[in-house]
Design a protein around this ligand. Structure first.
Ligand SMILES: [Zn+2]
Length: 163
């Protein structure tokens, strides 16, 4: 089975697909903010990959979180996700942790939750504004599309190298 580094290399090789997806969303919606957001969404795939369902492993994605230093506290938060995934979502490579789209939205929500909480504590008014802001929704949709693409490539790689 491909490890995080191999997944990252595959992801890099198929980066051009994120540009096509970005162009495709622009063609569909003519919304450049949404379309541009597809690109960081795809890159985010290296840090928020489906293998976050492995709680005890020091995966490549977790190493990237650690390397950011200011967001290193996200590693235990992802470990908690992994523990819950093992216990309630069917464990490693289950439908809930690896199905592009569904698992994507679950991991995005998991990632955003602590940031939302911090935002709410620091400035509840601003946080409430962000949540209802159409701009934030367009960015999130773009990020979701990019991350779903990354998750799809991950899931296909897992299928090809299934052992
Ligand atoms: Zn996987």
């Amino acid at each position: 089975m491909p490890n995080g580094r191999v997944h990252a290399r595959i992801s890099k090789r198929f980066r051009f697909l994120s540009i096509l997806a970005s162009a495709g969303t622009y063609y569909a919606w003519e919304d450049w903010i949404l379309s541009i957001s597809v690109l960081p969404g795809y890159l985010l795939g290296a840090m928020v990959d489906p293998d976050m369902d492995l709680p005890k492993k020091n995966t490549y994605a977790k190493q990237l979180w650690r390397r950011t230093i200011i967001f290193a506290w996200m590693v235990p938060w992802w470990n908690l996700y992994g523990i819950l995934a093992q216990r309630f979502l069917g464990g490693h490579r289950s439908f809930w942790t690896h199905m592009p789209g569904i698992s994507t939205i679950m991991r995005l929500a998991w990632m955003c939750f602590p940031f939302g909480l911090i935002g709410r504590i620091i400035s509840p008014g601003t946080m409430a504004q962000v949540l209802v802001s159409p701009m934030a929704h367009r960015i999130m949709l773009g990020v979701f599309i990019g991350l779903t693409l990354s998750d799809t490539i991950h899931a296909i790689s897992d299928l090809i190298w299934r052992e």
